[in-house]
Design a protein around this ligand. Structure first.
Ligand code: HEM
Length: 351
């Protein structure tokens, strides 16, 4: 797969990160229609979709180096962003194997994996990593296996153990989350960690989603999209660091909303792991400033109508109450009233 990497840009401080035209056109715009309600929007994770972001098992893009650097900063400040309970050691190795094999297959110019029995050799060219280790022997790696590999992949990951007809989140690398905490949720069951979400419990969305996931088969991963809004392209919007990013939300004005406010989309993948029978949940986040998004006419119109008509409980849960009208006014100036076609692809080949 074609992968052109930018030098590291920043996701804090001066927020230097910008999307190239190519990155805007490949953005996984999440809205197939002009309105939105929670649903069990799960589909097979097979290569292909409305943009090339769906082509790889684990999508990488131009921001790879900057996102890995930002993760390292967050981990240095708070090592509890990576937690794996000891009984999930098999799931750690499952994850390492899956991610190394997938990256080496999808991006052979950047990543090379060779195996000689249990002795593996991993080369990550963009990050300058060259590591020989013995599969199954954690003492041969500089970090535990799950942390070693998830430091080298864009997006957060959690590990769910399956027992008693339920899923329990008992591991993860979470440095780019939309206002939830792995340290707080660790050990919770599916319904417990979803407790704060409005409306979806009453409509049975979570019951159906859990029933589906309990039957997830090895070799048949699935995916879904989730979205929220974030002030500034900040990856680490954790509850722990709310004192840093909370005031940035309050500083959104009609003058800066286009530049600062970002649509944050999560391309979530769910994969059954072979040895542990755990489920790996990948949360691959994408950030796009509204001024970048409005370069695609169809997306501006659709998002204007969707935010305008969004159920107030969902708007409150997603934290947009303070600036909802500001967004509606900004996006409304791009809405010419034309009907939007179905589908999510930009349908523009250039910007
Ligand atoms: C098994 C892996 C999963 C994990 C670890 C996970 C985790 C989470 C977490 C931590 C939240 C935020 C809750 C909070 O506010 O504290 C959340 C929100 C949510 N999850 Fe999941 N989830 C998983 C799978 C799913 C599935 C399969 C669905 C399918 C319906 C789903 C639907 C949702 C929805 C609708 C929200 C609210 C999102 C929003 O409005 O921004 N989740 N999830």
């Amino acid at each position: 797969m074609n992968l052109i990497l930018k030098p590291a840009e920043t996701y804090r401080g001066d927020y230097s990160v910008r999307n190239s035209d190519a990155a805007i056109l490949r953005f996984p715009f999440p809205f197939p229609e002009d309105s939105y309600m929670y649903s069990v929007n799960i589909e097979p994770h097979v290569p292909g979709g409305p943009s090339v972001a769906y082509d790889a098992a684990f999508d990488l893009d131009e921001h790879y180096i900057g996102e890995c650097a930002d993760r390292a900063i967050t981990l240095a400040d708070d090592p509890m962003r990576c937690i794996v309970m000891p009984h999930l050691i098999d799931a750690e190795w499952d994850t390492l194997e899956l991610l190394m094999e997938s990256l080496a297959k999808d991006y052979p110019e950047q990543f090379v994996l060779t195996k000689d029995g249990a002795v593996w050799h991993w080369v990550n060219h963009p990050l300058g990593i060259d590591q020989k280790f013995t599969f199954g022997d954690a003492t041969t790696l500089p970090y535990p296996p799950f942390e070693f590999i998830t430091r080298q992949v864009q997006g957060d990951f959690t590990l769910q153990d399956q027992r008693d007809n339920n899923l329990f989140v008992e591991g993860g690398m979470v440095t780019a989350q939309a206002d939830w905490s792995l340290n707080f949720d660790a050990g919770m069951s599916f319904m417990e960690w979803h407790a704060p979400v409005p409306l979806a419990h009453q409509s049975g969305v979570f019951e159906r989603a859990l029933a589906y996931l309990l039957r997830l088969q090895y070799g048949k991963p699935v995916r879904r999209l989730n979205w929220t809004l974030t002030a500034n392209p900040r990856l680490d919007t954790s509850p722990e660091n709310y004192p840093i990013w909370g005031p940035e939300k309050a500083a959104i004005t009609p003058e800066n909303v286009g530049e600062r406010l970002c649509l944050r989309v999560e391309l979530q993948t769910l994969t059954r792991l072979p040895r542990s029978n755990a489920i790996l949940f990948g949360i691959r986040g994408y950030l796009i400033r509204l001024e970048e998004l409005t370069r695609v006419k169809k997306w501006s119109r659709r998002m204007h109508r969707l935010i305008r008509d969004l159920h107030p409980d969902i708007a409150t849960y997603k934290g947009m109450s303070g600036y909802r009208q500001t967004i509606i006014d900004y996006l409304g100036s791009f809405d010419d009233g034309a009907p939007t076609s179905s589908g999510t692809a930009s349908e523009q080949t250039s910007l």
